[in-house]
Design a protein around this ligand. Sequence first.
Ligand code: NDP
Length: 330
Amino acid sequence: GAEVRLVRRPVGTPVADDFEVGSVRIAEPREGEVVVRNEYLSVDPYMRGRMIDAKSYIEPFALGEVMSGGAVGTVVRSEAPELPVGETVLHDHGWREYAVAPAADFTRVDTTVAPASAYLGILGMPGQTAYFGLFDVAGMRPGDTVFISGAAGAVGSLAGQFARLRGARRVIGSAGSPEKVAYLRDELGFDAAFDYHDGPVREQLRAAAPGGIDVYFDNVGGDHLRAAIGAIRPFGRITLCGAISGYNDTRPPPGPDNLILAVGKRLTLRGFVVYDFADRTTEFEAQVGRWLLDGHVRLRETVVSGVHNATTAFLGLFDGANTGKMLVRV
Ligand code: NDP
C-alpha cells in the first residue's frame, strides 16, 4: 500500500520534497489487530504546526514516519472479534492506503447518518471546532452579529451555518475568491460576504457590518484579526481558532497593533483547542446530527484523488484550493 512520509521539516511554505511517497507490504494483523483499507484521508492546517520541532499542545511529527492524521476506511481483515470485517471506522493513522493497528485505535462510525467522509468534516473534528468555537468559546447568542474569516473552508462554512441556525442577527464571511463569496451568499445563507483580496479587510468589514459585530470567529489572523478588533462592539467576543495567514511565515507575524482597543471595549479574546471539548461529543452529535438530518446544513467537499497526492491536497489549503472540507480519496 502507498504511504506518504514527512522527510524534512519545511521552512516557509512546504514543498513536495519535504515529503516522500513510498509503498509497503501490508503487515499481517496480530491478535487484537485489524487491517483497515482507507477511503478518505484528511489534510488539515494544524498539520503545518506539527511539521516543525517546537513545543506545542501536540507532538511534532517524526521525520521518516507516515504523516498521521484523520482518516476513514473499512475493516478488511480482523483479528479482533469486537471489530469485524466490513465496519466503517475513523482513526488517526494518516496518509496511507492501509492501516494495521490494534482495534482500540479505531472508532466505528454510522454511515446511515452520513457518508464516511462526513466524519472528517461536519461530524468530526472540523464540525466540533465550529460548534464549540462558536457557542462555547465565543458564547454566541441569538441576535449577535457574527463575522467569520476563512468562511468557505471546512470550519468556517460550518460556523457560519451554525450561527444562522442559532439565530444570529447577521452573519458575515470573508474568503479568497469571487466564487467563494457567491457560495457564501447564495448557497450558505450568509447575509454578507467579501473577498479579502478586493481591498483592506477593515474597509470591507465596515461596509458589510456598518453597526459593528458582536462575535468574530478567527481562522486567519493578521489583518483579519486587526479589522475585527476595530469593528467589534463593546463586550464583543473573539474566538481565536487559527491564524492560517501566518502558518508559513519564517518569523513571527506582527500582532494586531490596535489591541489596546480591547481594554476600552472590554473584549474577550479566547483561544481553544477542539480536544478541550472531547467530553461533549454526545451533545455535539445530537445537535449537529439533527441539523444534518433535517437538511439545514449544506456541505461541500473538495476531493483530490490518490494517497500520493496527499501533499498536493495539503499544500492546496494554503492556496485556497478548497471549498468546504479538503479530502483525499484513496
Ligand atoms: P480550511 O478548510 O478553512 O482551509 C484553509 C483555508 O484557509 C483555505 O481554503 C484558504 O481559503 C484559507 N487561507 C489560506 N491562506 C490564507 C491567507 N493567507 N489568508 C486568508 N485565508 C487563507 O481549513 P480548516 O477549516 O480545517 O481550518 C480553518 C482554521 O481553523 C485554521 O486556521 C485551522 O488551523 C483552525 N483550526 C483550529 C482548531 C482548533 O482546535 N483550534 C481545529 C481545527 C482547525 P481562502 O480561499 O478563503 O483564502
